[in-house]
Design a protein around this ligand. Structure first.
Ligand SMILES: O=C(O)CCC(=O)C(=O)O
Length: 271
């Protein structure tokens, strides 16, 4: 999949690109089945919230040597539509994956992700340069009432803001101080709601400010996040590094696979 110069320019200007229904319903169905299979196991890198005990976030489905491995996720992470697009927006063919996760924001109970930049925390992982991009893949239709992502166009241009550790949500993470977000919003275009049908994809710069709201709808909202980095930008040593499932130590360049890499894991689904 070859991006046009207009798309590359828009990525550089806005800090994100959206591709409606880039993955097919058959591919989404395979990824959903795999997600459902894995969310019932017990392993590091699977986080449960709420009274139903169901997994809400899972990591590291793309690596064959762990309990959360899924061949379909590995295939997804290496398709020309995922890895190939990341190579083009980052301008480098030698990429590895800092982490891969799926967020299953539950109906009614699933809460906000405050405004943040992914590089806010990844820099603390020891990564020097913001040459990173996240690809989000919708496994459900994403709606505003269902807690879709919002992107602030152009917000990557000023680089990284020092984050603070936000403990107001169950998952706790490095968010951007509200005063900085408000200052960045002044005079900027309105935030863009990243809505669309399942299979829709957004790829965004690691300094793009993004957030998501409460899921007030009757449906859970599942979204995959594939975080690519240049091999040349692998993390340096830090004290108390985060676990491998969130700060990968596999810095080998990923190889592109065929574009049918997801369905190839399920020959019957491909028919
Ligand atoms: O899944 C969401 O709603 C937001 C997740 C997010 O922004 C992140 O993991 O960095």
């Amino acid at each position: 999949m070859q991006l046009t110069q207009d798309q590359i320019d828009a990525y550089k200007r806005d800090g994100f690109l959206v591709f409606p229904e880039l993955f097919t319903p058959a591919e989404v169905a395979v990824l959903r089945e795999e997600t459902e299979r894995l969310r019932h196991i017990e392993a590091d890198g699977i986080f449960r919230e709420g009274e139903d005990g169901k997994a809400k976030t899972m990591f590291r489905m793309h690596e064959p040597d762990g309990p959360t491995y899924s061949p379909a996720y590995r295939g997804l992470s290496r398709t020309p539509r995922a890895l190939g697009v990341a190579q083009q927006v980052l301008g480098d063919e030698r990429l590895y994956m800092h982490h891969c996760k799926v967020n299953m924001k539950p109906s009614i109970e699933g809460t906000v992700w405050h405004w943040h930049q992914d590089f806010g925390s990844w820099h603390l992982d020891g990564i020097a340069e913001p040459t990173m991009a996240t690809m989000m893949v919708m496994l459900d239709d994403a709606t505003e009432i269902g807690g879709c992502l919002y992107m602030l166009p152009g917000s990557h241009a000023d680089g990284r803001f020092d984050p603070y550790y936000d403990e107001s949500t169950v998952y706790k993470f490095w968010a951007t101080p509200a005063a900085m977000v408000k200052a960045r919003m002044e005079g900027a275009p309105d935030p863009v709601a990243i809505t669309g049908k399942a299979g829709t994809v957004a790829i965004f710069d690691c300094n793009t400010l993004h957030a998501s709201g409460h899921n007030l709808s009757a449906r859970d909202r599942w979204q995959i996040y594939l975080c690519y980095n240049l091999c040349a930008n692998r993390p340096g040593d830090v004290e108390n590094p985060r676990p491998d499932y969130v700060r990968s130590r596999n810095w080998a360049p990923m190889a592109l696979e065929e574009d049918d890499a997801i369905l190839a894991t399920r020959p019957l689904a491909a028919e």
